[in-house]
Design a binder for this molecule. Structure first.
Ligand code: ARG
Length: 571
């Protein structure tokens, strides 16, 4: 069992025994080493309810709790905290079990069906830096969910529908006639810009474009084939980025807005049948008491416009209905920019009211802030243009290559490139994932590529240090018992045993930065351990310590893999 649930359940039993069955144990990892390994913070609450002296109640709980073989010391601190020190033998056994477990001790939850929707780019243009956060945060969350035993469905809700596609198809036909289509599509960004320019300056072209929108929605075969071609090319640009970024998304995960097109009239009908739909100024709307407009009246959410057109949110209602009814999803995570918070609050409210999703299904907006430049404004090129994501990734790899070449000039170029690719992309992803996702952050090449501090290069390097130990020691007794004696050994083993707690917290709260902070702590504890506890000295190997090193390497690699970051055997 994970440590936190174990300690919580033992203290819950003790609280019943002392007459406080409704009190929460509130066990958490100790906030400082001098507070032990864990602390139990629930005594004050229980004492208040029972009108008892907290320190006296703490003593009663210590007398009642059964932590034999788990804790070696329990101490009352301050107004009534209980500090818990785990037993070395217990930690040793934990490490032993985790080493043999494919999930390294991470407890498996009963499988639920979890959907993670991420990336969800608009296909009219190429991916830009604004798509980085959704893509990598979503990918990490999908990996974490799978690792705790969930059945995971990834969805890439791409924007592949709407009026701009009429314009793009019209331009594609023009380019084809001039024999330029293939070349023009190589640069999607340029393609969009030129199509838009044509649309703005040429009335005939604009009319053709509008005509194509109608044809596209009416199912016209020729226009649909061209649209498909455009979508495919656009997706191949995305796939190249996904591959470079080492994210799992593939074509099988794509279910774009167009997929729900035929469901939109049904959504309107169902909302009407349920009495939720009202006509307002010619549009079909749902009024939501939960959201007030500036005059304090219920806010109207438009479902169908006056001209019969549908909206972004109508498609999203179709998607929820499909995800719940057809895909049978229990928990939906939408990894989307925080600026869409209101959209999702309203969407989820309507979906629940309309029973597109029953109460039991959890709908969660996993919001994230904006990536900022050094000037504190949204990240742009010097000339103020949006930065293509592929260019940013190339730059990360180039910068890492320069660094690696400087550090290791003797390595051959291919090896240096391989290292640089893993380090560059890892650094970029880690810099983002290690920040609390809800806030904006300032993008900085130098700090993310540093080999010191809470960075990917530091963790990747820590992993290679562990691997290098096993290159030197090939023969040791893998059946030797693990015996922990030194404080640094205890601290490292404790950290390794916390892996399950941390991964479960990330699965529950969708906060990858907690996993980053944890891995950084593992690497730091490992350094301290390695300095203080000889592993292989003067030809004498310490098998117990080697086993702890082994688990350290495995946890670092598994943890980084959950973040979508590659490890290297040497660098
Ligand atoms: N394509 C949208 C955009 O770029 C994001 C889609 C988010 N997902 C959703 N289900 N609405 O803004």
């Amino acid at each position: 069992m994970s440590l936190l649930p174990l300690l919580n359940s033992r203290f819950a039993t003790a609280l019943i025994a002392v007459g406080a069955p409704n009190a929460q144990p509130l066990v958490q990892a100790a906030s400082r080493p001098e507070f032990g390994d864990y602390q139990m913070n629930g005594v004050m609450g229980a004492a208040k309810a029972l009108k008892l002296n907290p320190r006296e109640l703490a003593q009663q709980i210590i007398d009642a709790v059964d932590l034999a073989g788990i804790a070696s010391a329990l101490e009352i601190a301050g107004p009534g905290f209980i500090n818990i020190k785990l037993d070395n033998a217990y930690l040793a056994a934990y490490v032993e079990t985790a080493l043999k477990d494919e999930h390294l001790g991470v407890e498996q939850s009963p499988a639920q069906h979890v959907m993670v929707e991420y990336s969800s780019v608009n296909l009219a243009k190429e991916m830009h830096v604004g798509h980085l956060r959704s893509t990598i945060i979503g990918d990490a969350l999908a990996r974490v969910q799978a690792f705790v035993g969930m059945n995971v469905t990834r969805q890439n809700h791409v924007g592949d529908w709407g009026t701009q596609f009429g314009m793009l198809v019209a331009f594609l036909i023009e380019q084809q006639q001039e024999g330029n289509a293939d070349i023009a599509l190589k640069d999607l960004e340029g393609f969009y810009r030129r199509a838009k320019a044509r649309f703005d300056e040429d009335e005939t072209f604009a009319n053709t474009a509008r005509d194509y929108v109608v044809k596209l929605q009416g199912g016209d075969a020729e226009v649909n084939a061209l649209w498909k071609r455009f979508v495919e090319v656009s997706l191949s640009h995305c796939n190249a980025v996904y591959q470079k970024l080492n994210v799992l998304l593939n074509d099988g995960d794509v279910r774009g807005e167009s997929f729900y097109n035929a469901d939109l009239p049904i959504i309107v009908d169902e909302l009407r049948q349920q009495g939720l739909l009202v006509e307002s100024e010619g549009a079909q709307v749902v009024f939501l008491d939960e959201f007030k407009n500036k005059d304090g009246e219920p806010q109207a959410s438009i479902i169908q416009k006056k001209d019969g057109g549908y909206l972004y949110s109508t498609t999203d209602l179709g998607a929820i209905r499909f995800r719940v009814r057809e895909l049978k999803i229990d928990r939906c995570l939408y990894v989307v920019d925080a600026r869409q918070a209101l959209h999702f609050q309203q969407l989820f409210t309507i979906a629940k009211k309309a029973k597109f999703a029953p109460e039991s299904v959890s709908l969660e907006h996993i919001a994230f802030g904006t990536m900022m430049g050094e000037d504190g404004k949204p990240f742009k090129t010097r000339s103020g243009d949006v930065v293509k994501l592929v260019d940013l990734l190339d730059e990360a790899q180039e910068r890492a290559f320069a660094l690696v070449s400087e550090k290791n000039p003797s390595l051959d170029e291919t090896t240096r490139r391989d290292i640089a690719n893993a380090v560059g992309i890892g650094a970029l992803k880690y810099a983002d994932l290690s920040k609390s996702r809800t806030t904006d952050y300032i993008f900085n090449w130098n700090s993310m590529l540093s080999f010191e501090g809470n960075t990917a290069p530091y963790l990747q390097y820590a992993y290679t240090r562990v691997q290098s130990i096993f290159r030197k020691v090939t023969d040791y007794d893998q059946n030797a018992a693990i015996v922990l004696t030194e404080p640094a050994e205890h601290a490292l083993a404790l950290e390794l045993a916390r892996f399950s707690d941390v991964v479960h917290t990330v699965a529950k709260d969708s906060q990858p930065h907690l996993l980053c902070a944890y891995l950084y702590s593992v690497a730091t504890m490992f350094s301290r351990f390695y300095e203080n506890c000889p592993v292989n000295q003067d030809g004498v190997t310490n098998a117990s310590r080697l086993k702890v090193c082994d688990l350290t390497g495995k946890v670092l690699a598994a943890g980084l893999n959950l973040l979508g970051i590659k490890v290297l055997e040497a660098m």
